[in-house]
Design a protein around this ligand. Sequence first.
Ligand SMILES: *[C@@H]1O[C@H](CO)[C@@H](O)[C@H](O)[C@H]1NC(C)=O
Length: 346
Amino acid sequence: MVTKNNQFHHISMPLLFCLAFLAFQVTSRTLQLQDASMHERHEQWMARYGKVYKNSQEKEKRFRIFKDNVNYIETFNNAANKPYKLGVNQFADLTNEEFRAPRNGFKSHMSSSITRTTPFKYENVSAVPTTVDWRQKGAVTPIKDQGSCGCCWAFSAVAATEGIHGISTGKLISLSEQELVDCDTKGMDHGCEGGYMDDAFEFIIQNHGLNTEASYPYKGVDGKCNAKEEAIHAATITGYEDVPTNNEKALQKAVANQPVSVAIDASGSGFQFYKSGVFTGSCGTELDHGVTAVGYGASEDGTKYWLVKNSWGTEWGEEGYIRMQRDVNSDEGLCGIAMLASYPTV
Ligand SMILES: *[C@@H]1O[C@H](CO)[C@@H](O)[C@H](O)[C@H]1NC(C)=O
């Protein structure tokens, strides 16, 4: 027994070392290949999104973040127990902290002090369609891209204004966010540093309208107000109303009648890399992003959703849109979507 064991020991140890060595070789080779292919993916991704890094250190740092994000996204997608998928989009070389800071310009820290006591013209709406998609009714302009300027509030307010103008006049006109960024500076809105949709509506009312995107194009940085262009009005609104807070049924009544500005908590990694499907979270209710609800419906498996227009270009989400779970188990709605909704009136 002992001899046999020793023999076995003598034979097996080198074999074991050999195998271990081989395994190590294979593993490190695999890792090298994975790293090489990841480097290749990073290069391809950089070319696709026109990314240029200022030096090789920055590139190495960005590569590591990219790699972590790709691994996170693929692990999430392979788990396949969620009704939505993530994708390697334009935010793939940003940490979640970096992603949040400049993009989500809805100023939530003050929203608790906002008093909301406007009338709600849709309060007695009793029958609403099961599905609504304002894109199919000429009330939604193509997806826009705010870039790294935190003026989501302007994009949200403009999309809602474009919507009610399209519905009431039959003419869909793309309107100017830059005019709000540059000119709506006397109140609580601060261009790329954040603002509120209701204050944007207030500005449009006071200014008697807004110019077109074509005449006052988007720059993505704070600028000086062009008074000449500001004086030209392609569309206007006469008022705005707040949807009763924390009430998805009330929100549904409003969205059944027009696109509605909503504030959400868009700070999570799931939101950062959302690609397709019905987004179910996780997310909190610290509202930091303004978007526009342009419809609602239910997916094939019956999951009810809000159809939401974002302003991060068409590479993000479903061609720039996200479907967010509707009628969830909390009054605030998923990501707080029912907390601070409002719409312009004409
Ligand atoms: C809704 O109905 C109530 C009761 O009839 C009425 O007092 C209220 O003015 C109506 N609201 C609107 C916005 O029409």
